[in-house]
Design a protein around this ligand. Structure first.
Ligand code: NDP
Ligand code: MG
Ligand code: MG
Length: 332
C-alpha cells in the first residue's frame, strides 16, 4: 500500500530559507499562496500585469509580481496555471530563471509526464496535489482542518526534494489530513482516467442516457430529471459517507436487488479499458494538445451540445423551485 505522511513526518523549517513563487491566483493558486504565507513561508504571487486577480492578491496581503519577476526571486516555483498554458509560461518566464538547486512544484502531472515541460537536470521537480478544489483547500486551512493531498517526486537533484515537498504540503495544511505518496505517472493517468470514465464523463453520460431513455419513452422530463439527476446527490452522499454498504442499507430492498442485478449491464468495461489505454499511450494527451493548438474546435462543439441538451433547460427551471433547499443547507 502507499505511504501516507502526516504532520509529524514534516519539518516546516525545510522552507525557512526559501522564497516560493506561486504562479497563478485561481482555484489552487489563491489557496496555496494564502495558506503558505499564513504558515510563515515567504511567498510572491506571479501574475500577468493585466490580470484581474492582481489587486485581489494584494488585498489578501501578498506580494505580487509578473511571472518572470516572481520566478526570478524564488527558489521554489509553484506552477498553478491552467495546464494548457503552463508550457508557454514555462518557456518564457520560468526556465530562464531556473538555477541548480531550485524546485519546480506542480499540482498535476500532465505537462511533465507528457513531456510538454522538460525540466533541466539540477532542479528538483515535485508535486503536491490537494485532492480538492482550491476554495476548500483554503476554507479547511482557515478552519484548522486539512485537505488530503498527493506527493510525488519526479526529479530529486538536491536529495532534499521529498523533505521540501512535505514542508510545502504541511504549510498548505495537507499533512493535517494525510499526504499519499505517488508518482507523476500514476497521478496523471489515474486523474485523467477518473475524470473521463467515472467522474465527469461517465456520470454525465449516465445521467443523460437515463434521462433520454425515460423522456423518449414518453415520461415527463421533470420526472426524468428528478429520478436521474436530482436523486444522484443523495446516493453519492451515502457512498461518500459510508461506502457501498451504507448506500445499499439506506435504499429499499427492491432498489438494492434491482440495482445489484441490473446495474452492471449499463457499464461498458471494454470502453473503460480503451479510455485507460488512450491515457497510458499518450493518445489522449496528443489529441488534447493539438485541439488546443487549433483553438478548440471540437471542445467548442461538444460544449454547445451539452449547453443545449433538454436536461439543462428542465434542470434550470426545476432548480429555481427548490432554491430554498440550498439556503437551508447554508452552502454548497
Ligand atoms: P485556474 O484556471 O483556476 O487558474 C487560473 C490562474 O492562472 C489565474 O490566476 C490566471 O490569471 C492565471 N493565468 C491564466 N493564463 C495565464 C497566463 N498565460 N500567464 C499567466 N497567468 C495566467 O487553475 P487551477 O487552479 O484550476 O489549476 C492550476 C493547477 O492545479 C493545474 O495544474 C490543475 O491541474 C491543478 N489542480 C487543480 C485543481 C482544481 O480543483 N482546480 C485540483 C488539483 C489540481 P489571469 O487573471 O491572468 O487570467
Ligand atoms: Mg484533472
Ligand atoms: Mg426511486
Amino acid at each position: 500500500d502507499a505511504t501516507v505522511y502526516y504532520e509529524r513526518d514534516a519539518d516546516r523549517h525545510a522552507l525557512d530559507d526559501e522564497t516560493v513563487a506561486v504562479l497563478g491566483y485561481g482555484s489552487q493558486g489563491h489557496a496555496h499562496a494564502q495558506n503558505l504565507a499564513e504558515s510563515g513561508v515567504d511567498v510572491v504571487v506571479g501574475l500577468r500585469a493585466d490580470s484581474s486577480s492582481w489587486t485581489a492578491a494584494e488585498e489578501d496581503g501578498l506580494r505580487v509580481a509578473t511571472p518572470d519577476e516572481a520566478a526570478a526571486q524564488a527558489s521554489v516555483v509553484s506552477v498553478l496555471l491552467p495546464d494548457t498554458v503552463q508550457p508557454a509560461v514555462y518557456e518564457e518566464a520560468i526556465e530562464p530563471t531556473l538555477e541548480p538547486g531550485d524546485t519546480l512544484q506542480f499540482a498535476h502531472g500532465f505537462n511533465v509526464h507528457y513531456n510538454q515541460i522538460q525540466p533541466p537536470e539540477g532542479v528538483d521537480v515535485t508535486m503536491i496535489a490537494p485532492k480538492s478544489p482550491g476554495h476548500l483547500v483554503r476554507r479547511n486551512y482557515e478552519n484548522g482542518q486539512g485537505t488530503p493531498g498527493l506527493l510525488a517526486i519526479y526529479q530529486d537533484a538536491t536529495g532534499e526534494a521529498r523533505e521540501q515537498a512535505l514542508a510545502y504540503a504541511d504549510a498548505l495544511g495537507c499533512t493535517r489530513a494525510g499526504v499519499v505518496e505517488t508518482t507523476f505517472r500514476e497521478e496523471t493517468e489515474t486523474d485523467l482516467f477518473g475524470e473521463q470514465a467515472v467522474l465527469c464523463g461517465g456520470v454525465t453520460e449516465l445521467v443523460k442516457a437515463g434521462f433520454e431513455t425515460l423522456v423518449d419513452a414518453g415520461y415527463a422530463p421533470e420526472m426524468a430529471y428528478f429520478e436521474c439527476l436530482n436523486e444522484l446527490k443523495l446516493i453519492v452522499d451515502l457512498l461518500y459517507e459510508g461506502g457501498h454498504m451504507e448506500m445499499w442499507n439506506s435504499v429499499s430492498d427492491t432498489a438494492e436487488y434491482g440495482g445489484l442485478t441490473r446495474g452492471e449491464s449499463v457499464v461498458d468495461r471494454e470502453g473503460m479499458d480503451e479510455i485507460l489505454q488512450n491515457v497510458q499511450n499518450g493518445e489522449f494527451a496528443r489529441e488534447w494538445i493539438s485541439e488546443n493548438q487549433a483553438n478548440r474546435p471540437a471542445y467548442t462543439q461538444y460544449r454547445r451540445a451539452e449547453e443545449t441538451h433538454e436536461i439543462e433547460r428542465v434542470g434550470a427551471e426545476l432548480r429555481t423551485l427548490f432554491a430554498w433547499d440550498e439556503d437551508a443547507e447554508g452552502e454548497r
